[in-house]
Design a protein around this ligand. Structure first.
Ligand code: SOE
Length: 377
């Protein structure tokens, strides 16, 4: 039997489930040299964390995240607690020599992200940010087509992330709507995904111009009383790229009827690509080098063995879903650990994303174009 690698996870809610499920599934589907051992899960609410541990097969639970860091048996520290905890936990885990897998957005702001990326570089440990959409097979396939030169120079990146779950004013001010905890609204939560995909597929953004709105200015607090909402419900920005492309990004939780509508289109000199997460087995490709009379958008079902990740799951035509994007990333992480090689996206990619997010927030505040800081600062 292959040796095991012990994981400690901090956080137990939505992403806690997504990550636990991934760690539990991957050894059955991927031929990995290490077996994941779900050792300790930490959360602030003791009984709920304990229940989570029992349900998902964690060996033990704790309310003290430092126990995860201090445990010499644990090699991977997975951080999926709210955004304002990432910085302290990640720095402690890196200092303890752990491999760190942190949920997005990496940090609350650029200052924190810079420190975290620098600490990761200095520690030299494998580190990654859970930008799981890079592991949607159709998106990894889009990257492959770009690398093959199929769309050529990129002119446009156009991306939307549309949800509607806060449209109802009776939704209370949970942590994702609390500036102290989340740092920002749709910018950190949804634009972070789009910006990472843009970094992955279209290149470096150098300046942005944005506008944002708070549509419901006051909400109930979960424990009673009311509070002003300080995070943006919706945000739209334009982007200029180092390579000359221009982009348009929209993220909102007020797109009535849209649940997890993450779409992008890339237009290049030889063709275009289009993707929609709500139909995630498909990638749309237009090739303008084909003879005119047969040109048209081609709908590629990304579920053949030749497509990224698909040979690990079911037979062609048996689609995979949201949860498998986490499985794909977890499997890549375990393989990277076994091979002792770096994992992407890493904390530098988290910082790269944060640089754009902070520029967007500044631009929305100042109503001006804002230059994105460079990685060097
Ligand atoms: C927000 O509703 C959210 O849960 C994001 O935080 C996740 O990153 C995204 O995958 C789904 O939507």
């Amino acid at each position: 039997m292959n040796p095991s690698i012990a994981i400690g996870m901090i956080g137990y809610k939505f992403m806690g489930k997504a990550h636990s499920n991934a760690y539990r599934q991957i050894n059955q589907f991927f031929d990995l040299p290490l077996r994941t051992r779900l050792k300790t899960i930490a959360g602030r609410d003791g009984p709920k964390t304990q229940k989570m541990a029992e349900r998902w097969g964690w060996e033990e639970s704790t309310t003290d995240w430092r126990r995860v860091i201090d445990d010499p048996a644990i090699r991977i520290v997975d951080i999926c607690s709210p955004n304002n905890t990432h910085y302290e936990i990640a720095l402690a885990a890196l200092a303890a020599g752990k491999i760190v897998a942190c949920e997005k957005p990496l940090a609350m702001n650029v200052a924190q992200a810079r420190e975290m990326a620098a600490a990761a570089r200095a520690a030299g440990n494998i580190n990654t940010v859970w930008f799981n959409y890079r592991r949607v097979p159709a998106i990894a396939f889009a990257r492959q087509l770009i690398d093959e030169g199929r769309i050529g120079r990129v002119f446009h990146f156009r991306a939307l992330y549309l949800q509607d779950w806060t449209l109802d004013p009776s939704v209370p001010l949970i942590w994702r709507l609390d500036k102290e905890v989340a740092g920002s609204g749709v910018t950190g939560d949804l634009h972070s995904h789009l910006v990472d995909l843009s970094n992955y597929l279209a290149g470096e953004i150098t300046s942005v111009s944005g506008v944002s709105r708070i549509f419901v200015p006051e909400r109930d607090l979960p424990d009673g009383g009311k509070a002003h909402v300080e995070i943006e419900d919706a945000s739209i920005f334009l982007a200029q790229y180092a390579g000359g492309a221009i982009g348009h990004f929209e993220a909102t939780r007020f797109a009535n009827g849209r649940k997890n509508g993450n779409t992008f289109e890339i237009n290049g000199e030889h063709g275009s690509l289009y993707f929609n997460l709500e139909d995630m087995s498909r990638l749309w490709y237009f090739d303008s080098r084909e003879p005119k009379h047969i040109q048209g958008w081609r709908e590629i079902s990304v579920w053949e063995e030749v497509h990224p990740y698909m040979k690990h799951w079911w037979v062609p035509g048996c689609a995979i879903g949201y949860e498998h994007t986490f499985g794909n990333q977890a499997a890549d992480l375990i393989q990277a650990v076994a091979d002792d090689r770096p994992m992407k996206p890493d904390f530098d990619d988290g910082l790269r994303c944060q640089l754009v997010l902070d520029a967007v927030l500044k631009s929305c505040d100042s109503q001006r174009w804002v230059d994105v800081e460079t990685m060097e600062g």
